[in-house]
Design a protein around this ligand. Structure first.
Ligand code: ZN
Ligand code: ZN
Length: 305
């Protein structure tokens, strides 16, 4: 991989639960998983069912090239639609897998034990002793900075105010922001930067009137903002059940963040399982009327920065 490469691939773009079938074939039915390749670094955001196909691609590359399978895995939160692909993500079971995982501190349980529980009996046939990869799980907080200098080296984790003034060239950096508006532990936003460009991931978040100013500051001048857009406007407030407080946004809330943060490209994600391809395109048209550089996240699509 060229050291200048910086690209984002969508492996799962659906919220809630997987929705295969003819009406979702264009935008995809797998739950949330994004891949970011930055030079030799590979970052995966979330482990919805989209991560299963990504794991197969990674193992096919490994079979061709050998070496180690080195990954940074970022978890926004531990709801099923962001973790249900992990049991079938086979790089975790490979002896050459080296996986650095970062995710939220939860009120109920350690992050590592929640992830392990999803991959263990009695809900899965294989035990943890069959995870042959090297894995390290870190709980991260608002203001943290993760810096990766080389793909297989342990990334440095800096807490708020402790970050170095300058980062080495070719380093990949990841900033962490905690949003409060997703049940029950909130949500982590990630800003992934490489060679002066950045991608912000803001899924599973609900906007505020006037825009979420904490997220808007975190997102300033990003090249790409991937933002939750689960609802059309009438679904959010006017229809039963009223979905205010459920922790998801309308397309308009996503455009508010994009406009105020002056991002170059907005990508709407976390598509509702109730919305088929045709309905998503109607929502896209409304969003593009407000912020023209808007796309729908589409399974299999790659954006090159
Ligand atoms: Zn979700
Ligand atoms: Zn969620």
């Amino acid at each position: 991989m060229n050291t200048d490469t910086f690209r984002l691939t969508f492996w799962g773009v659906r919220g809630g639960y997987p929705t295969p079938g003819p009406t979702t074939i264009k935008y995809g039915g797998n739950t949330t998983c994004f891949e970011i390749q930055a030079g030799k670094h590979r970052v995966i955001v979330d482990g919805g069912t989209g991560i299963i196909g990504l794991g197969e691609k990674i193992l096919a590359e490994y079979r061709a090239t050998g070496g180690k399978i080195c990954l940074i895995l970022l978890i926004t939160h531990t709801h099923h639609d962001h973790t249900q692909g992990f049991p079938f993500f086979f790089p975790t079971r490979h002896p050459d897998g080296v996986i650095f995982t970062y995710g939220p501190k939860l009120k109920e349980e350690k992050l590592e034990s929640v992830l392990n529980r999803a991959m263990s009996p009695p809900v899965f046939p294989l035990g943890l002793e069959e995870l042959y990869s090297q894995r390290k799980v870190h709980e991260v907080y608002h203001g943290d900075l993760i810096v990766s200098e080389a793909a297989c080296a342990t990334p440095q984790l800096y807490h708020l105010g402790k970050a170095p003034a300058e980062l080495p060239p070719h380093a990949l950096s990841i900033r962490v922001c905690h949003g409060y508006h997703h049940p029950r532990n909130g949500i982590l936003f990630y800003r992934i930067s490489y060679q002066g460009k950045s991608i912000v991931i803001a899924t599973d978040t609900e906007g505020y009137i006037g825009g979420d100013q904490k997220l808007i500051r975190f997102t300033q001048q990003a090249d790409v903002l991937v933002h939750d857009s689960e609802y059309d406007e009438h679904e959010y407030a006017d229809e039963q059940p009223v979905r205010q407080g459920w922790g998801h946004s309308t397309w308009r809330m996503a455009t508010e963040v994009a406009i105020q943060a002056q991002v170059r490209q907005l990508v709407l994600t976390h598509h509702s399982p109730r919305h088929d391809d045709a309905y998503l395109e109607k929502m896209l048209q409304k969003a593009q009327a407000v912020f023209p550089n808007t796309l729908l996240a589409q399974e299999g699509q790659t954006l090159t920065l």
